[in-house]
Design a protein around this ligand. Structure first.
Ligand code: ASP
Length: 324
């Protein structure tokens, strides 16, 4: 079994090396694994980039949603995939926070991947279902403190930024709500719209259209300053949750051992997508900020991931919430 796996990996790598030597990679569709449900915010970013990258690579970039364990099923899948240049991974802060959250991770974020590029940074919003009793942030704080035992908080599971933001919100108010995990905030948003859950933190890449349509209640944004796409929305920081800040950042990864020439070519494709006017417009409309070109190198992503692991580890460990 091990021999067979080694042979398959070897053949994959040999083919990749040949394509690379001939300058022909990619010769077939490339898979971009998304760790959350289709239709959610990470998926929106991935599909927007994939459409543009398909053009510059001359092969379709196929988005594959692999769900579970707050993104860790997908991370583990990619870590164990052949390093042949046909599997890539897009993930957010969860790549860093899971290291502290999970006791028995089956992959190592700092050892099992090649780093391709950063992509976009996205603010989060704190929302409630449309008919939730609190009409502004102050009312929310009062209502949540008085009714904590009956409030449901939707998340995309431990490791997801919705859970991280929700955890920080609960901690700031000194309450413990009932967390309802979904396999992405796409399905969590459906539950919020359907009134099955009460509150949720989620990225503007999904929430802006719902906010603009008046389908949800908005209490604030999680960035230190207000965001252009929702100028009416105060930050949580300015409303009293001092220093509350969650910015969602995305990185593109490949399995460890993916040939450098392919990683570099993929890096160029991501960077080209981030300059594509259609991508720029869509990201702008959804409140996502394209990461500066100079921080789009593999080295910068690796350094950023390490810094994020160091930053969030103590915050998460202080929360005392872990999974196996
Ligand atoms: N961004 C979401 C989260 O981590 C998950 C998703 O993209 O569906 O909460």
């Amino acid at each position: 079994m091990q021999f067979k796996r080694t042979m398959i990996t070897f053949l994959g790598l040999a083919t990749a090396a040949l394509a690379q030597a001939q300058g022909t990679w990619p010769t077939k569709p490339v898979t971009l694994v998304v760790p959350f449900a289709a239709g959610g915010p990470t998926d929106v970013v991935a599909r927007t980039l994939a459409a543009s990258m398909s053009q510059s690579l001359g092969q379709t970039v196929v988005v594959e949603n692999k769900l579970g364990a707050g993104g860790n099923v997908a991370a583990n899948h990619v870590a164990k995939s052949p390093a042949d240049g046909y599997t890539f991974f897009i993930h957010h802060n969860g790549m860093a926070t899971s290291t502290a959250l999970y006791r028995k991770l089956q992959y190592d974020a700092m050892k099992d991947f090649e780093y391709v590029s950063q992509a976009v940074e996205v603010p989060m919003t704190l929302l409630a279902r449309k008919d939730f009793p609190a009409n502004n942030f102050n009312e929310l704080v009062t209502y949540v403190k008085a009714n904590k035992e009956k409030i449901n908080l939707a998340t995309a599971g431990l490791g997801a930024v919705s859970q991280l933001c929700g955890m920080m919100f609960q901690r700031a108010l000194g309450v413990q709500l009932t967390e309802v995990p979904f396999q992405g905030t796409g399905p969590a948003m459906n539950a919020l719209l359907g009134g099955q859950v009460d509150v949720m933190c989620d990225q503007t890449t999904q929430t802006v259209p719902q906010i603009k349509a008046g389908n949800v209640k908005l209490y604030g944004v999680t960035t230190k300053s207000r965001v252009k796409v929702l100028p009416q929305a105060p930050t949580l920081h300015e409303q009293g949750l001092k220093d509350f800040e969650v910015v969602v950042w995305h990185g593109v990864y490949a399995p460890k051992g993916t040939p450098k020439a392919i990683v570099d070519r993929m890096n160029m494709a991501v960077r080209a997508a981030l300059k594509d006017p259609a991508v720029v417009k869509r990201m702008d409309d959804l409140g996502a900020e394209i990461v500066e070109d100079r921080t789009n190198t593999p080295e910068a992503l690796q350094a950023h991931l390490k810094a994020e692991i160091d930053k969030w580890g103590p915050v998460i460990r202080a929360g005392g919430k872990f999974a196996d």
